[in-house]
Design a protein around this ligand. Structure first.
Ligand SMILES: Cc1ncc(COP(=O)(O)O)c(C=O)c1O
Length: 358
């Protein structure tokens, strides 16, 4: 790579986060590494998580699971997104666990499964309205259909509002799940309901669940502002850095970038930073600040496809480091500026930005 812009992933921070989670959470931990480990690099993060306390991996796509297998990872992997039944055999061959939610799916998948049975977790929709079966009748029909072709290893649900401390729906979903599970707890090796937010909220409680699915906390980020107080031990792992590629003094009255939305009002030092919206540094970041030499500098004018401009307080040499995310620039602050959440920020950076592991 010739460009100076890069994402730096702090391996030690991920190891720290998983160890801290492990010390607080009694259940087994599934490290959720879907979407390239929320932009952090799936294979790297999976290996760190497994070495430091996770026993299972969670992804969204069959492709993501196969990437981990191709990298030599042998730990159990759960695919959480629905898959078409014709790919069941591919999953079974590679010991990849799929999520299922209807007897019909099992019936349709059966002809595709040859020697090895397919391990599955049953997905229950208790209030997310997304994927999953909703009634005990549907669950009973699915269990009946399983035969020897499927190993029904787990059952799970997903909370819509675990990150909101005053949400009734969180408790309603737990009640619905327990009602559906009546008398069936022994039937499953794994029963799981919690993401990062739920995992830490349930940590001190006596619950009949033995696995949690932890994503955002693994990366050192909070599931929500409200949960910051429960999660003070986290260390963010994600840093985005670049370097100044041009520095120039512009006199008053000069315009910057497309649309000429910014005009200098006096002699101003302007630096060009080679990261743009094609890297996932969105146009909406105009007006946000980045850090140069420990000083916060405003982005002036519109962010372009490959670069943006900042106002510097003084002349800095070309090649000076610029921090876009990390250090004093918190992802949550950027998320607020972009009117989104930290999850979306870390997922949005494209592969044009190399990931360096430090
Ligand atoms: C089903 C499921 N479980 C767990 C997670 C992990 O959630 P979090 O990143 O909030 O820990 C996700 C992520 O969206 C998910 O879809």
């Amino acid at each position: 790579m010739f460009r100076p812009s890069r994402i730096e992933i702090d391996r030690a921070a991920i190891a720290h986060n998983i160890k801290e989670l492990k010390s607080r959470i009694p259940q087994d931990i599934m490290a959720v590494v879907k979407a390239n480990a929320y932009g952090h690099g799936a294979v790297e993060v999976a290996n760190i998580a497994l070495k430091n306390g996770a026993t299972m991996l969670g992804v969204a796509l069959l492709e993501e699971a196969i990437e981990l297998r191709d990298a030599g990872i042998e730990a159990p992997i759960l695919v959480m997104e629905a898959q078409f039944p014709q790919y069941a055999g591919i999953a079974a061959e590679q010991d990849i666990t799929l999520s299922v939610f209807s007897a019909e799916w099992l019936k349709e998948a059966t002809p595709y499964i040859e020697e090895k049975p397919l391990t599955v977790h049953v997905k229950v929709d208790t209030g997310m309205g997304r994927l999953g079966l909703r009634t005990r009748e549907q669950l009973d029909a699915l269990l009946e259909e399983a035969g020897d072709t499927f190993v029904i290893e787990g059952i799970y649900t997903h909370f819509a509002t675990a990150d909101e401390l005053n949400s009734d729906l969180y408790y309603t979903q737990q009640e619905r799940f327990e009602r559906l599970m009546d008398g069936l707890h022994e039937r499953f090796r794994y029963i799981h309901t919690s993401n990062s937010a739920g995992a830490i909220r349930m940590a001190g409680q006596d619950v009949p669940y033995n696995l949690v699915r932890v994503g955002i906390a693994l990366y050192g980020l909070y599931p929500s502002k409200e949960l910051e107080t429960l999660y003070t031990f986290l260390r963010p792992a994600f840093v985005l850095k670049s370097q100044l590629m041009q520095v120039k003094l512009l006199e008053a009255g000069q315009t910057i970038s497309y649309g000429a939305t910014y005009t200098t009002t006096e002699d101003e030092w302007i630096g060009t930073v080679p990261v743009g919206y094609a890297d996932g540094w969105l146009r909406k970041a105009s007006g946000f600040e980045v850090e140069v030499g420990g000083i916060r500098c405003p982005i002036v004018g519109r962010v372009c496809m490959d670069r943006f401009m900042i106002r510097l307080p003084k002349e800095f040499p070309v090649g000076t480091d610029v921090t876009l995310v990390g250090g004093n620039i918190d992802i949550d602050e950027l998320a607020a500026h972009l009117e989104t959440i930290n999850y979306e920020i870390v997922c949005q950076f494209t592969n044009r930005l190399p990931r360096h592991y430090v």
